[in-house]
Design a binder for this molecule. Structure first.
Ligand SMILES: *[C@@H]1O[C@H](CO)[C@@H](O)[C@H](O)[C@H]1NC(C)=O
Ligand SMILES: *[C@@H]1O[C@H](CO)[C@@H](O)[C@H](O)[C@H]1NC(C)=O
Ligand SMILES: *[C@@H]1O[C@H](CO)[C@@H](O)[C@H](O)[C@H]1NC(C)=O
Length: 358
């Protein structure tokens, strides 16, 4: 099993490397990205917020250096974009101009959540509702470029959309009872349900504005991040099990959500990427040996890397770059299996590669 995974991974890495050499046509004409810091590629740079990272050592392994990506190198959206065959990274909404938007736009924003108030203690952020508004702005520009609203809608039907929201609704909301009332208003089960209900509305809005091929990323094991391990009791466990249990209540509702959306919305295909499943295997098979400590020197208050400190030099052996965000190698693992599922549990009902081909 471990051996097979290693072979599979080696093959993925090789094909990933090849993708960047072959300047063929991408598998979809456009890729639109909604989410939080796992995909933000610079949208927070000009905002008044603690949650921005356009300084070294962020970007130390990225060709353009620090860009606002919460990683040493490529983030999850970058990896998916490359696997889809794009030879350029999708531009952030904050700076995308002209006909670039026909290739897609990245709306991701660090600290953002499904709920509007999520992340407010960090400062400005672009919530999922605000990201949908920004997307509408893009649509009107696309309609101008293509000559009509109808042409824009037809074009958007062919694009791939990815959405990854919810981590901050836990980390920067429910798990901060001193700042947010959500944990006294809702039991973990109730909170998971209200989040899913609101998310469902947002995904239906996305459909209303032309999205037909949508990949939804579930949440990872938030209770295993160095940030949460450092601020909660683990009670002898390797992770904060209480947090993982709460988040599981949210993740467990996606199969139903995807089934409902696919049943209710004509011509749409929503899929679910099971990030928990993908990241719960033994990471040492791909050379990751440090799973409980960040690679960079982190600020104890924010969990982000302190500016201009030298990070660990063997970055591909670390799962975490800072206290909350994965390293590029960990993003490659999740991205490759989201694109090309290794087991039926990785993606439901199928993977991004098949979604792109529809
Ligand atoms: C710690 O684990 C023990 C054994 O599983 C359990 O009985 C106890 O309630 C746990 N304590 C906390 C604070 O989670
Ligand atoms: C996601 O993976 C977890 C852990 O492997 C599993 O328990 C769960 O059923 C999976 N969810 C879906 C929708 O496949
Ligand atoms: C990573 O490198 C550091 C210093 O170069 C070393 O102390 C550490 O043991 C290495 N870790 C692994 C997992 O190889």
């Amino acid at each position: 099993m471990a051996f097979e995974l290693r072979i599979w991974f080696a093959v993925s890495i090789i094909s990933l490397a090849l993708q960047s050499l072959v300047h063929g046509k991408p598998q979809v004409p456009c890729y639109f990205i909604f989410g939080d810091s796992l995909v933000d590629n610079g949208n927070n740079n000009a905002l008044q917020t603690i949650a921005k990272v356009n300084y070294l050592p962020y970007g130390i392994d990225f060709p353009e250096g620090p860009t606002g990506r919460f990683c040493n190198g490529r983030n999850l959206a970058d990896i998916i974009g490359q696997l889809l065959g794009f030879d350029k990274f999708i531009e952030p909404f904050a700076t995308a101009r002209g006909s670039d938007i026909l290739m897609g736009v990245n709306y991701g924003s660090g600290g953002a959540g499904i709920r509007d108030e999520t992340g407010q203690q960090l400062g400005a952020r672009i919530s999922m509702n605000k990201q949908l508004q920004n997307y509408r702005t893009t649509i009107s520009h696309i309609a101008t470029l293509l000559g009509s609203k109808k042409a824009a809608a037809k074009y958007l039907n062919k694009c791939l959309f990815s959405v990854g929201m919810g981590s901050n609704d836990y980390i920067n909301n429910y798990l901060l009872p001193q700042i947010y009332p959500s944990s006294s208003l809702y039991t973990p089960d109730q909170y998971a349900t209200v989040l899913i209900q609101q998310y469902s509305q947002q995904l239906r809005t996305l459909y209303k504005y032309g999205a037909r091929k949508v990949a939804i990323f579930g949440l990872g094991l938030i209770g295993c991040t160095p940030g949460e391990i450092g601020s909660h009791r683990t009670n002898g466990s390797a992770c904060v099990d209480m947090i993982n249990n709460d988040v599981k209540l949210f993740n467990d509702q996606f199969k139903c959500l995807v089934d409902d959306l696919n049943k209710d919305l004509p011509d749409a295909q929503f899929i679910f990427i099971n990030v928990t499943q993908i990241s719960s295997g033994d990471p040492s098979v791909i050379g990751i040996t440090v799973t409980n400590a960040p690679c960079c020197t982190v600020s104890p208050t924010t969990g982000l890397c302190v500016a201009n400190q030298v990070p660990c030099n063997n970055r591909s052996t670390f799962e975490f770059w800072d206290a909350f965000h994965p390293t590029e190698i960990a993003n490659v693992l999740v991205g490759s299996r989201a694109y090309n599922a290794q087991t039926p549990l990785d993606a439901y009902p199928f993977d991004i590669r098949r979604l792109a081909q529809l």
